[in-house]
Design a protein around this ligand. Structure first.
Ligand code: UDX
Length: 473
């Protein structure tokens, strides 16, 4: 088929490359000429495993080409994918400016029947709105004596950064929302090579498909906030969250994936999609209490980590040197959008700390995002530990999982490791003379336990966050 993909970001490029690999002729369109030139030269605008090789192979095969002009691209298109970004506005709503501008441009230049598929994550009802824009162009009516029919479909993308190509090639599900049988049939044919067991395709109406994406990301975010809350509680009550995770995992109804406690979710999708759904709920007069709590818990995880660091230095971070390992919001990407590391670094610097950070691939993107903040960057993980009073591990890159603790100990001035991704065991660090802090770590204070036991009360460990306040009754 002749495919046009508008928007050469994560979703658009992966879609374009993988559909070309499946034998289609694909034109990727982006208004950024510099980006298009770089893609033609085989350079990716971001870090994504496997995608670079796929891009060059498909470009060299002639099945994948790049364009700046929508008009030149859509002339023979059977299907046009809209894959432009829909970032969050300040009020939490999705910014549809770019998407709607693309729809207007398309409306002017489409000259034959085709299907326009919205791949961007959009608020429910956007597809219908775009369909109206597309079928209202007076300019196009002048150029054609036959009425052109542009059909709209929703086909949300569920790929995760860092494994985007793999996710596209072997999808868990392919959601197709449309209103007429011909649209379903054409998209079913397009996706046939990816429907490896005949069970991947799920058909529905456009609104449901749009909502499905928000529902999935809300559910994922809920799991993370729930495990983070349980982890905090477990630690406060003197229980060990990793043991509890084993028990949760053993229940097939719960399962073990997406259950790692940490510093909260970041990235370009979960935070913005939650905000957009909460915004839609507000407009509809729905309370969305759960969604709001998920978001609150997520942000408070970051505060917990900052509080623990402040407490360790007794509230005085001035002239403390803090090493930070990991800047991207997760491993496998150089994306720092809504990355907890950036919030932490800004707060530490504001408190007077001197921060030196290292990330295997995200230093450039982080440097740009932290333009207003004074941060040093190192060439290697161990470099930034030199004379550090504490080390904070923010991203679970493989190279941070088994570091040489002897070298860390020798390099550092202090001995504290704040392990926000629960990578290390406290007893291992102890052997090297290093101290360990983990979010939700087990906190049993023996003297308190004795006191409570003598008083015949069940034990409640004292919370770090309440050390200066009254103890729980
Ligand atoms: C997510 C969805 O997984 C994907 O389906 C959707 O299309 C886009 O949003 P992505 O943002 O790339 O993908 O990353 P993901 O791997 O889902 O991680 C999101 C965040 O959750 C990261 O900050 C990660 O560190 C955090 N996370 C994930 C946890 O804290 N614990 C977990 O158990 C899993």
């Amino acid at each position: 088929m002749n495919i046009v993909v508008i928007g050469a970001g994560y979703v658009g490029l992966v879609t374009g490359c993988c559909l070309a690999e499946a034998g289609n002729r694909v034109i990727c369109v982006d208004s950024d000429l510099k980006k298009i030139k770089a893609l033609e030269a085989g350079h990716l605008p971001f870090y994504e495993p496997q995608l670079g090789d796929l891009l060059t192979i498909q470009r060299d095969s002639g099945r994948l080409i790049f364009e700046v002009s929508i008009e030149d691209a859509v002339e023979k298109a059977d299907i046009v994918f809209l894959a432009v970004g829909t970032p969050a506005n300040e009020d939490g709503s999705a910014d549809l400016k770019n998407l709607l501008n693309c729809a207007k441009d398309l409306a002017r230049v489409i000259t034959s029947d085709c299907i326009v598929v919205v791949k961007s994550t959009v608020p429910v009802g956007t597809g219908e709105y775009i369909e109206k824009i597309l079928n209202q162009s007076s300019e196009r009516a002048d150029r054609s004596d036959r009425k052109i029919r542009i059909r709209i479909a929703s086909n949300p993308e569920f790929l995760a950064e860092g494994r985007a190509v793999q996710d596209f090639r072997h999808p868990d599900r392919i959601v197709i929302g449309a209103a007429d049988p011909q649209c379903f049939a054409i998209l079913e044919e397009l996706y046939e090579p990816f429907d490896y067991d005949g069970q991947r395709l799920i058909f529905m109406d456009v609104r449901s498909a749009e909502f499905a994406k928000y529902a999935c990301n809300s559910m994922l975010a809920a799991r993370i906030s729930m495990i983070n809350e349980l982890s905090g509680l477990a630690g406060a009550l003197g229980a060990e969250i990793s043991s509890i995770c084993q028990v949760l995992e053993a229940d097939p109804r719960i399962g073990g994936s997406y259950l790692h406690p940490g510093v909260g979710y970041g990235g370009s999708c979960l935070p913005k999609d939650l905000s957009a759904l909460i915004y839609s709920a507000k407009r509809m007069g729905e309370p969305a209490d759960m969604l709001r709590s998920i978001q609150r818990v997520n942000l408070s995880q970051r505060d917990r980590l900052l509080d623990a660091i402040r407490e360790h230095f007794m509230g005085d971070l001035s002239s403390k040197k803090i090493a930070v390992w990991g800047l991207s919001f997760k491993p496998g990407t150089n994306d720092v959008r809504a990355a907890p590391s950036l919030t932490l670094i800004r707060d530490l610097v504001e408190d007077g700390a001197c921060v030196h950070a290292y990330d295997p691939v995200a230093q450039q993107t982080a440097n740009a995002a932290l333009a207003e903040t004074e941060v040093g960057f190192g060439k290697a993980a161990m470099d930034v530990c030199k004379d550090a009073d504490a080390l904070v591990v923010m991203t679970e890159w493989d190279e941070f999982k088994r570091p040489d603790f002897n070298v860390i100990k020798r390099q550092m001035r202090g001995n504290m490791i704040f392990d926000s991704r629960a990578l290390y065991r406290p007893e291992t660090l102890r052997k090297y003379g290093l101290k360990h802090y983990r979010l939700g770590q087990k906190r049993v204070i023996e003297s308190e336990l004795e006191e409570e036991t003598k008083a015949g009360r069940p034990f409640h460990a004292r919370s770090t966050r309440e050390t200066s306040k009254e103890k729980h009754p």
